[in-house]
Structure formats: C-alpha cells, structure tokens
Design a protein around this ligand. Structure first.
Ligand code: GDD
Ligand code: MN
Length: 402
C-alpha cells in the first residue's frame, strides 16, 4: 500500500501525545510536503464537504501539492468521518482518521499532527467559523521565521461576529484567569483561547503534551519550544450549520488545564535545582571564609575575607545555574557576550540579595525572633526567593516574543 493511497482511514496512534519527526508509514518515507492542516470534527456532516472544498481551492493556489488536510473525527454519530472519507477520491491531499477510543478536541489535534508529514502544523475548526483565507497570512508569518502564528480575535482586524454579552464575558473571563494563573504563557498572545494557529513541527518534536479540553494553544505555548510568536487578526464567524460543542465541561477542563500547567511549569523543579546550587554556594563560602580568616589559617580580616568568599560563592552558583538550573534557556543564548551579560546581572542581583539577607537578618533578630540562627535561616530563604525570581525574570529570560 502506498503511503498516499486515498480512501483508507489513517491508523490511530496511541501512547504519549508526542509529535515526532516526520514518521515513516509502513516503513516508507512519505512524500515530503510543507504544510499539514488538522481539522478536528465532531458532528460536522453539514460543514465538512464545504470546508474541504474551500481549503483545497485556497491551498491548491497557494502551495499546490505541498499540503495535506487531516480530518480527525471522534466517531461522530452523524458519520462525518465517512463523508470525509468519501471525499478522499476527489481530494487526494485529504486524509481521514476515525477515533473510536480516545476523545476530545485537543488530543484529536495532536493525534493528527502525529500522523502528519508537514514541517508546518496547523489547526482550524471544521465549522467554517475560522475564515480559511487567514491561513495565507499565517503561512506567510511562519515563512518570516515565526515559530507560532496565531489567528487572533483581539488584534487589529480581529473580532467576533454577533457573540452574546455572556459569551464575550466568558471568553474574556477565561483569558483573565489564564493571565493570573499562567502569566508567562497566556500573556504571550492576545487570544490564548484561539483554536486557529500554525506551529513549526520542530517546536513540538519530542515534547510530550498533556492538554485538557479545548485549549490546545495554551499547551503548545507552555510546552513547545516557541520563541517567536506572530499574530494575525481574524473575525470569528457565525456557525452556518451544526452547533457548538462547548459546554461547562470545557470551562472546568480549562481551569484544570491551567492549574496542571502551573504545577508542572511552576518552575518547581528549577527552584529545587536553584536551592541545591545555593547550598553548594554556602559550602564554598564557608570553606573560603575558613581558609582566609580562621586563626589557624591565614587569619585575614573578617570583612575582607567575607567579600572574597561571597564573591567566589556567587561565581560558583552562576556556573552551576547557567549550566544546570537554567541550562535549557542559556542554550538559546549562546556566546561569551551573552554569558558575560548573564553573569553581571546574576552578580548584581545576588549582591542585592546579600544586602537583603543582612537587612532581614537584623530586622528579624532585633524585632521578631531573638535567635541569630533561625533569623539567618529566614533571611537566607527570603534572599533565595528574591535571587530565584529576579534572576528568572532578568538573567535567564525564558522567552522573548518579538
Ligand atoms: N475530534 C473532535 N473531538 N473534534 C471536536 C470535538 C471533539 O471532542 N469537540 C469539538 N470538535 C471540533 C468541532 O467539530 C469544530 O470543528 C471545532 O472542534 C470547534 O468546536 P466548536 O464546538 O465549534 O467550538 P466553538 O465554536 O465553541 O469554538 C471555540 O472553541 C474552538 C476550539 O478551541 C472557540 O474558542 C474557537 O476559537 C476555538 O477554535
Ligand atoms: Mn465552532
């Protein structure tokens, strides 16, 4: 069977939701194409023929022979998958997957991307509420080096047709909640609720995604290797046929998704690594202080010894943090100049942390707990949190959005 044979349904992948390099199908390398567009469907029998026709017309003009359409259907009662399958003879670039176990919009999109052959992956709703012509601007944005190109209702040229006030309120409310719980992710785009976007395959390869519910874009932003984001305005259209599958469950899933991402992205692991590095710094500081100032060693003045030991500890901590705690971020900002800049920022922040440490120590020791060691422990904890967050935001900025 050739990989491109029409009519056959696509095999349904299982296991982790992880996009790989372009997969071999039955050991055969698929014909290279540049763009794979997933159309997730559930009961879209009244829309599917039209959207396939419009998308094919559009892409045949723009990138003839270099794209594929993947309809990923969750065993729709209205047999959308069967209608789509019957269209494959007329549209050879159309491939259809009928899922009968796993369900859900987000996982459907990722399973489609897993079976895709394109360097650029995309998703569009199957109900024509996402105007297909916007695809051309999204593809152009990717060509101009964006890793992610999002169709947004909230930038110039964007909007929604006649949404009820309640729907607008819910959509904006969901966005606000995302900004509070995951500012570093949701804050990177103007329309994090959008289900219409393109992403470079390389930004997702090897990354296991754990989406919940409808909002696949947040998952891509949070776990993908996305540094450049582009946005294109679009007007969300009125549905012509069928109805929206959004229920309260999608909103509950959305909040659960945000909280899960917060926990897994909360930099918890990074903070633990930062703390361990800090401990090694305490060891360096104490050892150098002993070697320089102890009466049994060089017996140099305490303050001068402390300045040297603190600075050596800061250098030790920078080297470890740059290679281990923030290694993934540092790898994106290679070169001595960048590294030197990171070191200077780290140094300034840690020296400020030292001043904070001394101030908190005196404050607590003199006014709260008259025990120097407990006061010092609290002061070290406060300074560590200061050092971690300010370095995360300044020295090792996790992403830059152009
Ligand atoms: N395979 C599959 N499985 N497809 C689904 C499922 C599912 O469980 N649920 C919905 N779909 C498909 C629909 O058939 C449609 O093509 C698309 O996903 C969007 O579903 P709608 O039910 O029409 O969602 P909406 O109109 O309320 O749109 C909202 O959600 C979209 C998806 O995130 C808006 O926020 C859009 O911006 C967003 O793209
Ligand atoms: Mn819709």
């Amino acid at each position: 069977m050739s990989v491109d044979s029409p009519n056959l349904l696509l095999p349904v992948p299982s296991g982790p939701l992880r996009v790989t390099e372009i997969p071999l199908i039955n050991g055969i390398a698929p014909s290279p194409i540049s763009f794979s567009l997933v159309i997730p469907t559930y009961n879209e029998s009244a829309n599917i023929q039209r959207i396939i026709q419009i998308l094919s017309q559009l892409l045949d003009e723009f990138i003839p022979g270099k794209y594929e359409l993947l309809v990923i259907d969750d065993d729709s009662p209205d047999r959308t998958w069967a209608i789509a399958q019957s269209l494959t003879a007329e549209y050879p670039q159309l491939r259809v997957m009928r899922r009968q176990q796993e369900r859900g919009l987000s996982s459907a999109v990722i399973r489609g991307w897993q079976m895709s052959r394109g360097e650029v992956l995309g998703v569009i709703d199957g109900d024509l509420q996402h105007p297909p012509h916007v695809l051309l601007q999204l593809l152009k944005a990717i060509e101009q080096d964006a890793d992610l190109a999002v169709a947004s209702r909230h930038v110039e040229g964007g909007g929604v047709s006649s949404w009820s006030a309640i729907r607008r309120f819910l959509s904006r409310g969901a966005q606000l909640m995302g900004l509070i719980i995951l500012p570093g992710v949701v804050g990177r785009v103007s329309d994090p609720m959008s289900g219409y976007f393109l992403v470079r395959r390389r930004s997702l390869v090897g990354r296991t995604l754990h989406p919940q519910g409808y909002k696949i874009l947040i998952e891509v932003l949070a776990r993908g290797a996305v540094s450049q984001v582009a946005e294109v305005g679009y007007v969300f259209q009125e549905r012509q046929a069928g109805e929206s599958k959004v229920t309260w469950k999608q909103y509950v899933d959305y909040i659960k998704h945000l909280l899960n991402l917060r926990l897994s992205l909360g930099h918890t692991q990074r903070f633990i690594q930062f703390g361990l590095v800090g401990l090694s710094g305490v060891f360096v500081d104490m050892t150098v202080l002993y070697l320089l100032s102890d009466p049994t060693t060089l017996h140099l003045p305490l303050t001068r010894s402390k300045i040297v030991s603190a600075e050596l500890a800061i250098i030790n901590n920078f080297l470890w943090n740059d290679r281990w705690t923030f290694g993934d971020v540092a790898a994106k900002q290679q070169g001595w100049r960048q590294r030197w800049k990171r070191f200077l920022k780290f140094n300034m922040i840690c020296l400020a942390g030292l001043v904070l440490n001394v101030l908190v120590l005196n404050l607590i020791f003199n006014f709260v707990i008259h025990n120097r060691y407990i006061a010092d422990l609290i002061a070290i904890a406060v300074a560590t949190i200061w050092n971690f967050w300010v370095n995360l935001k300044l020295s090792w900025r996790v992403t830059q959005v152009k």
